[in-house]
Design a protein around this ligand. Structure first.
Ligand code: HEM
Length: 519
């Protein structure tokens, strides 16, 4: 057998000192790692100026400091660490911005640098590998799908052309609530409003009511998608723990929803293609105003030779995205109704304004909305008080400086629009619900005023704002014009729970229940 030099000495050494070696080896390894870490941190910190961070723990980083209502945790932490904070959620860097000035930098001044998105595993999977507008990385594909969606459904002209859909569904909603009046039964407003906004989205996007052909299944699937998007997946933060999803049921649930959703959307698109073939192609220019989003999308794909980005998966995902976004506006209507019920003086003022505008008829049309200044102020105050999205999400597309700090490419960015709307330096009595603050004020919702960004701003700002406001204002006006609302079971208005439920879309923690009466 071959020997190597000093083998005898080495054998003797190991024989006598193996115990010490065995005990000391882990300490040596630990020291080497400690030195490497200190050396790396010392030199990289000397070169870079990272934002302040709360102290973090090994492996989980700052995960333990963030509660289920992340916007509230971030607001408390910002009081200590400032308006620009860097977190590490496991291995994922996250920048949280909580001031109007920093929001302006991210959303507009450095818009392109922060125009990217950082997705969770669930978002990637359920939205076709991030092919949705809101999830797509910044680039040519995103530009194309955002452009076509705005053109076919979200432009001012298209939103206007869908006005009859909103008004017809509004009349049905009023009829539905009237049916509860005689029995004085308790109405779950979240359910009633969700069915109403879903009908609008279904008619605008797919071209038929959800109660037709399997629409209920789609509505259930959308709810499952939402619930899944709100699930904390440990694998997003600590990738080597991703395997737990095979045992905690998450993977199985995602697979099921992924499959059912894909089948539903594939059938929907196939059905529309077959229908168009059998009835002949539509003339898009002449009939654009009367066609659904999906019809126009398929027509665009056939007639536009440059629309090669519009493959079947893209059609599925933007159909899904449009239906889900319109349907979700029910949450802001529910919040708004709860807020005015909780403030009887606001309700009285609003009812006076709306009834005066309605006159003899008991219906507010979209033509009336521009005359309702108090209604618009109430709506804005609702978006300040409880915005539908408490956090606006972006990601750094490259290494970038923000307010003097170095932010690394790929860092996820959250703008805490909820906290900015409650900043006492920007708002007088921010905890008070006072629509009057918006009367005679130039502050609007459209992303020009950075103390108020419920729809974001800049190139990735919400393109659905006109659609969302048209539904929300019309609905609130008609609800208070037709009904008085009391709370069931002797609940006093000041006891109404105005806290948020965890999740990506901010719903009420306790769904609003009312007893309606005619007024
Ligand atoms: C009250 C209702 C709504 C609220 C509060 C809301 C809020 C937001 C916010 C905060 C963003 C991120 C903006 C940013 O990063 O600067 C966003 C993006 C988006 N919203 Fe809305 N939205 C609402 C309704 C709608 C509706 C009705 C639609 C479509 C029909 C829609 C479609 C979108 C899309 C496609 C994006 C992604 C834009 C992009 O990444 O380029 N939203 N929305």
């Amino acid at each position: 057998m071959a020997t190597f030099p000093f083998q005898k000495e080495a054998t003797w050494f190991l024989k006598h000192y193996y115990l010490e070696l065995f005990l000391l080896l882990p300490s040596y390894i630990f020291l080497v790692f400690l030195f490497k870490w200190w050396f790396g941190t010392y030199f990289s910190n000397n070169k870079k100026n990272p934002p302040p961070s709360p102290p973090k723990l090994p492996i989980i980083g700052n995960l333990h400091q963030i509660g289920p209502l992340a916007h509230r945790s971030f607001k408390s932490l910002a009081e200590k660490y400032g308006p620009v904070m860097l977190f590490h959620l496991g291995s994922r860097p996250l920048l949280v911005v909580s001031s109007a000035e920093a929001a302006h930098q991210v959303l507009v001044a450095k818009d392109v640098d922060f125009a990217d998105k950082s997705n969770t595993m669930v978002g990637r999977r359920l939205y076709y590998e991030s092919k949705a507008i809101a999830f797509a990385p910044y680039g040519e594909y995103w530009k194309q799908i955002r452009g076509i969606s705005v053109h076919l459904i979200l432009s001012q002209t298209r939103v206007q052309s869908l006005r009859n859909v909103r008004e017809e569904e509004m009349e049905l909603l009023i009829k539905n609530i009237r049916e509860h009046i005689d029995s004085a039964s308790v109405i779950r407003m979240d359910k009633v409003l969700r069915a109403f906004t879903y009908e609008i989205s279904s008619r605008a996007v797919i071209g038929r009511r959800f109660s037709d052909e399997g629409g209920k299944k789609f509505m259930e699937l959308l709810k499952e998608v939402h619930d899944l998007l709100g699930v904390v997946n440990i694998g997003d933060y600590i990738p080597w723990l991703g395997w737990v999803n095979r045992f905690n049921g998450l993977e199985a649930k995602i697979k099921k929803v992924e499959k059912e959703l894909d089948e539903y959307l594939a059938n929907l698109i196939q059905g529309e293609i077959i229908r168009q073939r059998s009835t002949g192609s539509i003339n898009v220019d002449q009939q654009r105003n009367n066609q659904s989003f999906l019809e126009l999308l398929i027509e665009s794909q056939k007639t536009n030779p440059t629309a090669d980005f519009l493959d079947v998966d893209t059609m599925k995902v933007i159909t899904l995205e449009m239906v889900a976004s319109i349907a979700d506006t029910y949450t802001v209507i529910e919040w708004a109704l709860a807020a005015v019920i909780r403030h009887p003086n606001v309700m009285a003022k609003l009812q006076t304004e709306v009834k005066k505008e309605a006159g003899e008829k008991s219906f507010i049309t979209e033509d009336n909305l521009n005359n309702l200044q108090y209604l618009k102020a109430v709506m804005k105050e609702c978006f300040r008080y409880s915005p539908g999205n408490t956090l606006v999400a972006r990601a750094a597309a490259k290494n970038v400086k923000l307010m003097g700090y170095d932010i690394e490419a790929g860092t996820e960015v959250l703008i805490n629009s909820w906290a900015i709307g409650k900043d006492p330096l920007l708002w007088k009595d921010p905890e008070e619900f006072q629509p009057e603050r918006f009367l005679n004020s130039s502050v609007d919702l459209k992303g020009h005023h950075f103390e108020f960004v419920p729809f974001g701003s800049g190139r990735r700002g919400c393109p659905g704002i006109a659609f969302a406001l048209a539904i929300a204002e019309l609905t609130l006006a008609n609800l208070v014009c037709n009904f008085n609302f009391a709370l069931p079971n002797g609940l006093r208005v000041e006891e109404l729970d105005m806290t948020e439920a965890p999740g990506t879309v901010t719903r009420m923690n306790t769904p609003l229940q009312v007893v309606a009466s005619a007024c």
